[in-house]
Design a protein around this ligand. Structure first.
Ligand code: ADP
Length: 791
């Protein structure tokens, strides 16, 4: 007996899922696992939970007194909260902004995220939550006894949490079925995966995953209209923001009514764009209007196309100059085609709204509100508008083709956000947003050849992009006992899982002592748990934890920052190709090819470079250099600070670009230290910044720092080969040969020519060293040796 508000009754009627209610409920009732896939905006997120509730699926069929939860997970916090509020409102229980009913008594609908809980109580039947919350619950109770249905929304996004949940639930479902057959008070658990129409085969064709209960699939037919796609002739590589800005202005000024949706990559771009648009449309303060004439062109009511775009191969959507429009207009004007609507000559105002995930849900929900008469909605959004949020009334999409992606630095495993091309699937999703209410147009600000040649078909699942030791440790922190046999929807390579587990054990994050007895691949240690909480590669997280413990965190931060970049001790710019960077001038073969001036330049540079050499190795050299670099640029501020720092690099044989990147990473790590290691000694942990005057470490600090660094590289330790112990032909200087603790004695490791320790007398070389990585290098005679980097 749900009392839906009148407006909801109407809009619900138009959603494609509504017509499928019976089929969806019936399939879920009769199958353990169901995949509901349908176009974004077809109504899956808002309607399926209500269908299940109304079908009584939160109640036990035998005992109406016992009640279960219908649990719905969302990958994003904002989606969990806003969908909960919307569903609550649609069920006649809330105002769409809040969840009415005080916590404790409870509503039909409630939600829980890491930071917020609302509406949950004895009466709750539908619980929205983030996937992290459900992961926590399933660790406490693998059978998830409180739930009768679990719906994983946006499962096509394939983030690690969702993938792990799918794997775990593929075990829970048969276990619950068995439990239900033995105990009448338990009901079987129904699992529903909801997905936009992307890559459903990853789930359906995965025999290992759902071997005992293959999923049933319900496809909700899309009700989308044709969208004409216009690629730019050339891709705007640099200033895509301006390209998008111009395009929006042109559409608003020249094209018939219909909302515009612009895809940018993040909040700052969105804020900038809105400012520019408001300025261009002379919208001041809160007045959000601008007058523009529409009706310059006739629209074809049958196709919704306007003349400029009628299958015009020549035209790539890039410039809608008035001349072009006029000439085309006159050539295509057909007195038999009436203007699209009587309103087309009335000035159209702009109503411009932002949409990104950090925006409050109140602000976000403004995009759903009807726009005032004679207004055109312009929404400037991130890829959140690609599948998670559907904006009504969009006819034009402006797609920059970019998004912010999380990338992992191969050195430190630090995640950074970079702007990258979206996948073809994402581009298609974006263009689809223009065809929800009627025929639409999508302007891609990149060429069709970029689309076909450079965009991947699909984004890779997170499990394949994150470093595997990270994935393995996170899963161990989720108390998963056996990662190698875990039913991943897309399993990583088995041998890579084994090496990840081995690395974790080597550095003390996993305890393998009971593996023989209990099976599995180890249990997480206390240290492992602490490491798993730092968003860094496991080796580097451990270095920082140990350093924080020893009071040398500020130095360790510089060492880890230096490890994340290539060497800053630059060579001559004319010789600076990436691989050549650290070659020194005593390489004869190369010397033949360079003129004597260049040789002199290089010798000068070598001198400068040598001054940074440090007897404790390359990371200590980097620490001195960064300390001096910071000091040189200190306090000058802005451009003059950069100038001073550049000059310093030039005079001291350092590569400015790399130094600046190391500094940036240092800032990032200092902020992280304040947040996560706040009780440690030092400036970073207490204030989240670094000192402009860092004194060099004293002997004790140096020792403690060496210990911290080595603690993360315990499997990368080598011992100096005694004279005469290296037999056989070795092209490199055998004075610099080491034997790795893990590598065979006849495969020595050599010091890199760019290392602080290279060219030292044998007696001055440390007996034990640790190194960050090894690379294979070709020697003068064309054979390969293995050299150690970052010693
Ligand atoms: P799907 O999950 O299939 O992508 P949704 O259920 O999210 O679809 O959206 C269905 C419809 O409900 C869309 O037309 C969307 O505009 C509307 N809608 C979703 N959330 C809200 C909200 N918070 N306020 C108003 N309308 C909404």
């Amino acid at each position: 007996n749900i009392q839906r508000p009148d407006s909801v009754v109407e809009t619900r009627f138009d959603l494609p899922v509504t017509a499928m209610e019976f089929e969806i409920v019936d399939t879920i009732r009769n199958n353990d696992i169901t995949i509901v896939c349908g176009e974004t905006g077809s109504g899956k997120s808002t309607q399926v939970p209500a269908f299940l509730y109304e079908a009584g699926m939160s109640l036990s069929p035998d005992d109406p007194q016992s009640k279960f939860l219908i649990g719905i997970t969302q990958p994003r916090r904002v989606a969990a909260v806003s969908t909960a509020k919307r569903v609550c409102y649609e069920m006649g229980q809330g105002d769409g902004q809040s969840i009415r009913g005080s916590f404790g008594k409870g509503n039909i609908v409630g939600y829980q995220t890491r930071y917020e809980t609302a509406g949950l109580g004895d009466n709750t039947h539908i619980k929205f939550m983030t996937d992290g919350i459900l992961l926590n619950e399933i660790q406490g109770d693998l059978l998830l006894r409180r739930y009768s249905v679990i719906v994983l929304d946006e499962s096509h996004e394939r983030n690690l949490n969702t993938d792990v949940l799918i794997g775990l639930l593929s075990v829970t479902v048969p276990l619950r079925k068995k439990a239900a057959s033995e105990n009448p008070s338990i009901v079987p658990l129904k699992l529903v995966l909801m997905s936009a129409t992307l890559r459903v085969e990853d789930f359906t064709k995965n025999e290992k995953l759902f071997s005992s209960c293959p999923p049933a699939v319900v496809t909700v037919p899309g009700r989308t209209h044709p969208v004409t796609i216009h690629h730019s002739k050339v891709t705007e590589l640099d200033d895509y923001e301006t390209a998008a800005f111009k395009k929006v202005c042109k559409i608003h000024r020249k094209l018939p009514r219909g909302g515009i949706l612009v895809f940018l990559t993040g909040k700052s771009e969105i804020v900038r764009m809105i400012k520019r648009l408001k300025h261009a449309f002379k919208i001041e303060g809160s007045a959000r209007q601008v007058s523009c004439d529409v009706g310059e062109q006739h629209i074809d009511p049958a196709t919704g196309s306007f003349p400029r775009e009628v299958d015009d191969d020549e035209y790539d959507g890039d410039d809608l100059s008035t001349d072009d429009v006029d000439s085309l207009k006159s050539s295509l004007e057909d007195p038999t085609i009436p203007p699209s609507s009587d309103n087309d000559n009335i000035p159209l105002y702009a109503c411009i709204l932002p949409l990104y995930s950090l925006l409050s849900s109140e602000e976000q929900s403004k995009v759903f509100a009807p726009v005032p008469e004679n207004h055109r909605l312009i929404v400037v959004a991130t890829n959140i508008a690609e599948t998670s949020i559907t904006i009504p009334g969009i006819s034009y999409v402006v797609d920059t083709g970019r998004q912010k992606c999380r990338n992992y630095n191969s050195g430190t495993g630090v995640a950074s956000y970079d702007i990258m091309w979206i996948s073809k699937a994402a581009a298609d999703q974006r263009s689809g947003r223009a065809g929800r209410t009627g025929p639409g147009h999508c302007y891609r600000l990149y060429s069709s050849s970029l689309y076909s040649r450079h965009m991947d078909s699909f984004a890779l699942p997170e499990v394949l992009t994150r470093p595997l030791e990270d994935v393995a440790l996170s899963m161990k922190a989720m108390k998963i006992s056996n990662i190698s046999s875990f039913p991943f929807p897309t399993p990583p390579d088995r041998s890579q899982i084994d090496s990840a587990v081995k690395l974790l054990a080597d550095i003390g994050c996993l305890d393998l002592s009971n593996v023989e007895r209990d099976g599995g691949d180890g249990t997480i240690t206390k240290l492992g748990l602490a490491v798993s909480e730092l968003p860094l590669g496991v080796r580097y997280a451990k270095m920082l934890l140990v350093a924080a413990h020893s009071g040398v965190l500020d130095y360790a931060i510089v060492a880890v920052a230096a490890l994340s970049e290539s060497s800053p001790f630059s060579s001559h710019p004319s010789l600076e190709s990436s691989e050549e960077k650290e070659r020194l001038p005593n390489d004869e073969a190369e010397m033949d090819n360079v003129d004597s001036n260049l040789i002199k330049e290089r010798e000068k540079l070598m001198k400068k470079k040598r001054k940074w050499f440090h007897s404790s190795g390359d990371l200590f050299a980097a620490i001195s250099a960064i300390g001096a670099f910071t000091y040189a640029g200190r306090g000058a501020g802005g451009a003059s600070e950069e100038h001073a720092a550049r000059k310093f690099c030039e005079e001291n044989g350092l590569n400015y670009t790399i130094m600046a990147r190391i500094q940036k990473m240092r800032t990032h790590l200092a902020v992280l230290a304040k947040r996560r290691l706040g009780t440690a000694k030092g400036i970073a942990a207490s204030s989240g910044c670094f000192s402009p005057k860092m004194s060099p470490p004293n002997k004790l600090q140096e020792l403690l720092l060496i210990q911290s660094i080595a603690s993360g590289l315990l499997d990368h330790i080598a011992v100096l080969a005694p004279p005469g112990s290296i037999t056989g032909e070795h092209p490199a200087d055998i004075r610099s040969a080491y034997i790795g603790c893990r590598s065979p004695a006849d495969k020595p490791l050599f010091l890199d020519q760019g290392s602080s320790l290279f060219n030292r007398d044998y007696r001055q070389l440390p007996r034990w060293i640790c190194y960050e990585s090894v690379i294979r290098k070709m020697t003068k005679d064309g054979s390969y040796i293995t050299v150690m980097k970052n010693i």
